[in-house]
Ligand binder design. Structure first.
Ligand SMILES: C[S@@+](CC[C@H](N)C(=O)[O-])C[C@H]1O[C@@H](n2cnc3c(N)ncnc32)[C@H](O)[C@@H]1O
Length: 217
């Protein structure tokens, strides 16, 4: 087990759990969580993002991971950092465990996005299937059902998984995309995009997109 200090929180990372990396920190530094928000984090890993969401004033945070060791790790760090009253932890596939009538202000996801097909509990942290989009595309199918009309969804995307395809799909179901942060490496660019759901959101291709001009990924 490793130990890290992130933003004044002591975070332990179990052996079979994703060690927070540049993607985690880019999301951590740009969390669109406001005091009083109801938050879901999908793919909580060691729990750092959920803990920071709670520290930003999230009223209730539901941390979900499909990996039992990751869920146990999240719960461990929630307890170490005294956040039991705010953060609930679930083992589940994406949003399948959430009741359809539950609506949230923010849904966060740093998904597995590498275009590789690797099996294993830890590998599920980065393995996004052949396209890199297999997990995120399943997530997109019903995420809108869980987001309030003025709510949002924040996702980490990578140049390795054709992020424009993901952006297009979310726009098609009425979200407006806002690029909030990006980081470039010699082999990859990663970014955090906030997708705003709005009661007045235009159908796709009829304007209202704050991502223009879209930086090519
Ligand atoms: C890149 S890691 C991110 C971990 C943590 N949120 C962070 O930023 O450091 C992706 C996480 O998503 C989880 N995951 C993968 N597929 C999932 C699914 N279908 N449902 C829920 N969680 C999933 C993995 O187990 C892993 O913990």
């Amino acid at each position: 087990m490793k130990e890290k200090k992130i933003d004044n929180f002591t975070i332990f990372i179990f052996d079979e759990v994703y060690d927070p990396a540049d993607d985690s920190l880019l999301l951590a530094d740009n969390l669109a969580v406001n005091p009083g928000d109801l938050v879901i984090e999908v793919g909580s890993g060691c729990g750092i993002i959920s803990i920071l969401a709670a520290a930003k004033g999230g009223k209730r945070v539901v941390a979900i991971d499909v990996s039992p060791p990751a869920a146990r790790n999240t719960l461990y760090n929630v307890r170490v950092n005294g956040m039991e009253g705010v953060i609930d932890v679930l083992v589940a596939d994406l949003l399948n465990a959430i009741k359809p009538e539950e609506m949230f202000d923010v849904v966060l996801f740093n998904p597995p996005y590498l275009p590789v097909e690797e099996d294993g509990i830890l590998e599920a942290s980065w393995s996004g299937g052949k396209t890199g989009r297999e997990v995120i595309e399943r997530f997109i199918e019903n995420v809108r059902n869980y987001i309030k009309f003025d709510g949002r969804c924040q996702i980490v995307l990578s140049s390795l998984m054709k992020p424009q395809t993901v952006i297009r799909k979310l726009k098609k179901i009425g979200f407006k995309a806002e690029l909030v942060a990006e980081k470039r490496f010699f082999f990859e660019k990663i970014c955090v995009v906030t997708f705003h759901r709005s009661a007045s959101s235009c159908p796709p291709d009829q304007g209202g997109d704050r991502l223009h001009p879209l930086t090519p990924l």
